[in-house]
Design a protein around this ligand. Sequence first.
Ligand code: TRP
Length: 333
Amino acid sequence: MEKKKVIYSAMQPSGVPTLGNYLGALRNWTNLQEEYNCVFGVANMHAITVRQDPQDLRKRTKDIMALFLALGLDPEKNIIYVQSDVKAHAEIAWILNCFTYMGELNRMTQFKDKSQKHSDNINAGLYTYPVLMAGDILLYQSDLVPVGADQKQHLEICRDIAGRFNGVYGDVFKIPEPYIPKVGARIMGLQNPEKKMSKSESENQNNIIYIFEEPNVIRNKIKRAVTDSGSEVYYSEDKPGISNLLNIYSSVTGKSIEEAVKEFSGVGYGEFKLAVADAVVDTLAPIQQRYKEYSSDKAYIEKVMKEGAEKASYIAEKTLNKVKKKIGYPIYK
Ligand code: TRP
């Protein structure tokens, strides 16, 4: 039997997950679990590169686990786990730091952005964040990593680090490739459709729809979304607001943009927005329902976390041991 390829991805437990996270990434994950061996992490070690409230962080970590389950990720078929539960992450990160050049890290655009945003706390962790991330991917000998535009540079540096290590020690790491999903959506903010809908851009709450938001709140936000001049619903660069709503509608309904435009020909902005809102609410409702059930079952979530950590550690340790042998750490029989 042909071995399934390994796909790795992770999500930080910082902020509250948005419709953008769902349509851009999370939704695809559930489609991958039949075809691939999937490893999905809650990247809480990444999250502490900016200050976190401890209680909040712990809660959000569990919430993301509950979200994974609510999305339909099966903990028997995939590995879903919390990064800090697998010690190998910290260990490999140090080793890989010694195979990463400062010049490479200096070029990372996310570091530049984040150090501007958190200018009071430009810590070394923020700087070596891409190395920690490279370790995540390489520990599981991942073939593929689903990446959006914002993570592309991180995957590039991961490939460079892995290639450099392999160049010295032989084929230790699988060099990962980007996975471009068949259907992917780049969802923009409702108030600022020129910029991605992101949980870190949360100054204006009306800009973002959260996965767990109440239906009436979602409806109101979509009603208030900025629209463009004119009154017709069509897809065009000079109509970023309407085009974004069309994208959202198309990705939650599975209809193509052309179909959607046809459906709304002759329909005003107001009516169009109501239809988009209904479609979004209908898509999120079952996830919200399952999320409620899972998150109230603390014992089950903990069990999934513990078992996930064990399965992840088993694979991660195998790679780590190979690496330790190669670089000359002691070996015990
Ligand atoms: N840095 C990613 C983000 O902020 C999260 C992440 C951590 C990740 N480790 C990863 C993504 C490994 C893909 C692969 O979205």
